[in-house]
Design a protein around this ligand. Sequence first.
Ligand code: C5P
Length: 236
Amino acid sequence: SAPQDLAGRQVVVSAGGTREPLDPVRFIGNRSSGKQGLAIARAAAARGARVTLVTAHLDADVAPATGDLRTEFGTEVIRVETAEELATAMRAEAATADVVVMAAAVADYRPATVSESKIKKDDSGDALSLTLERTPDILAGLAAERPRGQVVVGFAAETAPDREALLELGRTKMARKGADLLALNVVGWRTGFGADDNAVIVIDRAGVPVAEVDGSKDAVAHALLDAVLELEAARD
Ligand code: C5P
């Protein structure tokens, strides 16, 4: 069994992809499966943490794992749909957390208005224009308001051509978000979202790589938690 090096810690993890409604039957979503976030929640629970999993939409083949998490580890599971709901849940849960991991794929934009009735072809003809508005940046908000000592971890999924480009994008994102650690990974049409494996580089606030993993999402989860503990130890 895993070392109990997170015993006594409260860890909050977000997972899955948000869905932003257009009308009662449609939404704007993304390809996140929820696998990486769930792997982090499971790994943290296995290492003794009290875990709250805040989850947006999960792929059907991943979803049953939430039931397992609850029964196996006593993990609390909160289900949300939209970026706004995720923001509200994360703000509430993060208030008492030692570690916060934003692994959810959050919509950056949502429909500015949500139609009460189904949008009809007859009303729009051959083309339909949608006005989208920005959603709140949850990670940046959590980082800005984190309680003393809390470690805030984010993800950055990028379509970068190579390692250097990925690091550069990650450093820019780190500066904007103000997290303690950022897990950078390359996504494309065939890699990243939905896969069982993941390749990530974890950078610290200064943009320095502190961990690098190419393996299962479980391996990535444990490496990320190791990096959190190393960061905490370095602060003491
Ligand atoms: O800016 P980008 O979406 O690439 O940043 C990714 C990180 O920020 C992820 O950790 C994601 O969970 C988080 N995020 C957020 N709120 C948003 C968009 C992204 O917390 N509106």
